[in-house]
Ligand binder design. Structure first.
Ligand code: GLN
Length: 507
C-alpha cells in the first residue's frame, strides 16, 4: 500500500508544502487505492477522478507560482452524498434523487473547493441519512474494512469506511443522531459532531433540521481539527448559523495533559446493554485520562433514558415535513401511474411509492402521525418537553464536569442482516449519541482500541455548546496516550480486506 494513502492529512499537508510530493501524486494514489479496494468496501457512490485531478493540478500550479495556499490544499477528501455538489451527482442514497445534478454547492463544499481540497467523490449512506448500518442505501451497503461481513455503521458508513480503508484521509459526514460518531466508532476512525449551528447546513439535504450537523471524519484528532476549522464558522445563508468563529481547535490538540479537567462519566450511558469488550475498552481509556491528570467524576442525566423515544418522534416529524418536497413535480424521480387518470395526487403517490425505501416510508408515516391533529400534543409536544429536560440535564451535568464521556456505541460492528428486520434494535445503536443532537452540544468519537472480538471501539466525549475545543483537547491527549501504549496509531494496523486485495495492497 502506498505510504501516500496511509499518511494523515497533517502529514500530507506538510509534505505538500515542502514540495516533496505533488497534489496530483497524492490524489492519484488515493484514486488508485479506491480502484483497488472499493469494489469490496463500496464506500463510494460516485468517484470523480477527473475533477479531483483538475483541482490537484490547479493546486500544484498555484504552489509552483508561490501563492499562499490553505494548509489542506491538495489533501483529498470524500464527501457524504447528502451534501450537494454542483454538477456532481447527489443522491442521498435514494432512488428519489438518482441522476440529479445539483445546480449549486453546499457552503461547506464551497469552502473545500476554495481551499483546494480535491473532492474524490461522494460516499454511501443510509437513504436520506436514516439508519445505523448503510443497509438502507438504495444502492447497496458499504462494508466495514475491518471485517467485510459487518456493517460500517450509519448513516455515514461510506465516509467512515473510506477513511478506515485508506481511500481518503478526510471525509465529510453529517450527524443527526449519531451518523458521524457511530460509524467512526465501529470503523476505528475519529468523528466529530460540531455544536449545532457551528457548521453551515446550507446545501445539506435536510433530514431533521433542528438536529442535523455536518462535521469531520478522519484517522486522527488533529486531522479532524484541521478540517473542522476549515468548514466551520458563520454562514449568512443558514438562518441557524452561529455568529461566532469555531475556536482554536488545532491549538487545542497540542495540549499535553488534562490537569484541571473534570471528566464526567454519564451513569445512564455505558452500563446495561453495552458489550463487555466495549465497556472494558472504555474503562481502560478512563484510566488513561486520570493518568493525564483529569479528575473523573460520575454524573447523572436521568432524562437521557427518554432521549431515544423523544428523538424517534422529533426526527420523523421533521423528516416527514422535509421530505414532502420529493413529490415527482419539481425535481428527482417522477413515476406516473400505469393506468387511470394522471392527477397530481396519483403521480405523487406513484413517485413516492417507488422512490422511497421502507425505512424512509416508516419514518414518514410515524412523523405524519405524530404531527396530526389530535396526536400532536401527546407525541410531538411531549417529545419537545423531554428535549427540554435533556437540555437541563446537560446544563446540570456541565456544572459538575467540563466534558461528559461514555462509550460511543453499545456494541462493535454487527453482521449484515442482524438488525435489519428489527427497527428498534437498529435504533438502539444511537442510544449514547442522540442526547447531544437533542441539546445541540458537540461530541467526538475517538478510537480506543479493539474489543475482545477484534473490532474497533469508540470513546465519546461531549462538551457544552461552543466548547468544541475541549473535545479536541481530550481526544488528542487520549489518542497520544493510546499510541504510546500501542506503539502505533490504531489505524496503522491494516484493516482486513479480502486476501486478494490485501496482497495487492502490500505489494
Ligand atoms: N441512526 C440514526 C437514525 O437513524 C442517526 C441518523 C443520523 O445521524 N443521520 O436516525
Amino acid at each position: 500500500m502506498s505510504e501516500l494513502v496511509t499518511a494523515t492529512a497533517a502529514q500530507l499537508s506538510q509534505r505538500l508544502r515542502a514540495k516533496e510530493v505533488s497534489a496530483v501524486e497524492v490524489t492519484q494514489a488515493h484514486l488508485d487505492r479506491i480502484a483497488q479496494v472499493d469494489g469490496d468496501v463500496h464506500a463510494f457512490l460516485h468517484v470523480n477522478a477527473d475533477e479531483a485531478l483538475t483541482t490537484a493540478r490547479d493546486v500544484d500550479e498555484r504552489r509552483a507560482r508561490g501563492e499562499e495556499l490553505h494548509p489542506l490544499a491538495g489533501v483529498p477528501i470524500a464527501v457524504k452524498d447528502v451534501v450537494v455538489t454542483k454538477g456532481q451527482p447527489t443522491t442521498a442514497a435514494s432512488k428519489m434523487l438518482e441522476g440529479w445534478l445539483p445546480p449549486y454547492d453546499a457552503t461547506i463544499v464551497e469552502r473545500l473547493r476554495a481551499a483546494g481540497l480535491p473532492i474524490l467523490g461522494k460516499t454511501n449512506l443510509d437513504e436520506f441519512a436514516m439508519g445505523s448500518s448503510t443497509e438502507h442505501s438504495a444502492f447497496g451497503p458499504t462494508r466495514n474494512p475491518w471485517d467485510l461481513g459487518r456493517i460500517p455503521g450509519g448513516s455515514g458508513g461510506g465516509s467512515a469506511a473510506a477513511v478506515a480503508a485508506y481511500e481518503a484521509p478526510l471525509a465529510i459526514g453529517t450527524d443527526t443522531g449519531g451518523s458521524i460518531r457511530q460509524p467512526a466508532a465501529v470503523t476505528g476512525s475519529v468523528g466529530v459532531k460540531p455544536t449545532y449551528g457551528a457548521v453551515s447546513r446550507y446545501g445539506l439535504i435536510a433530514l431533521a433540521s433542528s438536529l442535523d450537523q455536518a462535521g469531520p471524519v478522519s484517522r486522527t484528532v488533529l486531522d479532524s481539527a484541521l478540517l473542522h476549522e476549515l468548514i466551520g464558522g458563520h454562514d449568512p445563508r443558514d438562518s441557524t448559523s452561529l455568529p461566532d468563529p469555531v475556536g482554536d481547535l488545532v491549538a487545542a490538540t497540542e495540549s499535553l495533559d488534562l490537569r484541571g479537567v473534570r471528566v464526567g462519566v454519564v451513569r445512564e450511558l455505558g452500563d446495561e446493554g453495552y458489550q463487555t469488550g466495549v465497556r472494558a475498552s472504555f474503562t481502560a481509556a478512563l484510566g488513561l485520562l486520570e493518568e493525564a491528570g483529569a479528575e473523573v467524576v460520575e454524573v447523572s442525566c436521568p432524562s437521557f433514558d427518554y432521549a431515544l423515544a423523544a428523538y424517534y418522534l422529533i426526527l420523523p416529524a421533521e423528516a416527514s415535513s422535509n421530505l414532502a418536497k420529493f413529490d415527482g413535480m419539481r425535481f428527482g424521480l417522477r413515476v406516473e401511474p400505469e393506468d387511470g387518470p394522471l392527477t397530481a395526487e396519483r403521480v405523487m403517490a406513484a413517485t413516492r411509492g417507488a422512490g422511497f425505501g421502507d425505512e424512509v416510508k416508516r419514518r414518514i408515516i410515524l412523523g405524519t402521525h405524530a404531527l396530526s391533529a389530535g396526536y400532536y400534543d401527546a407525541y410531538y409536544g411531549s417529545a419537545q418537553q423531554v428535549r427540554t429536560l435533556i437540555q437541563r440535564d446537560f446544563a446540570a451535568a456541565f456544572e459538575q464536569a467540563d466534558v461528559l464521556v461514555s462509550p460511543t456505541t453499545p456494541t462493535t460492528a454487527f453482521r449484515f442482516g442482524e438488525k435489519l428486520d428489527d427497527p428498534l434494535a437498529m435504533y438502539l445503536n444511537d442510544v449514547a449519541t442522540i442526547p447531544a443532537n437533542l441539546a445541540g452540544v458537540p461530541g467526538i468519537s475517538v478510537p480506543t482500541g479493539l474489543s475482545d472480538d477484534g473490532l474497533p471501539v469508540g470513546f465519546q466525549a461531549l462538551a457544552p455548546v461552543r466548547e468544541d475545543a475541549r473535545l479536541y483537547r481530550i481526544g488528542a491527549v487520549l489518542e497520544r496516550l493510546l499510541d504510546e501504549r500501542r506503539g502505533h496509531p490504531l489505524l496503522a494496523e491494516a484493516p482486513q480486506l479480502p486476501t486478494t486485495v490485501a496482497q495487492e495492497a502490500n505489494r
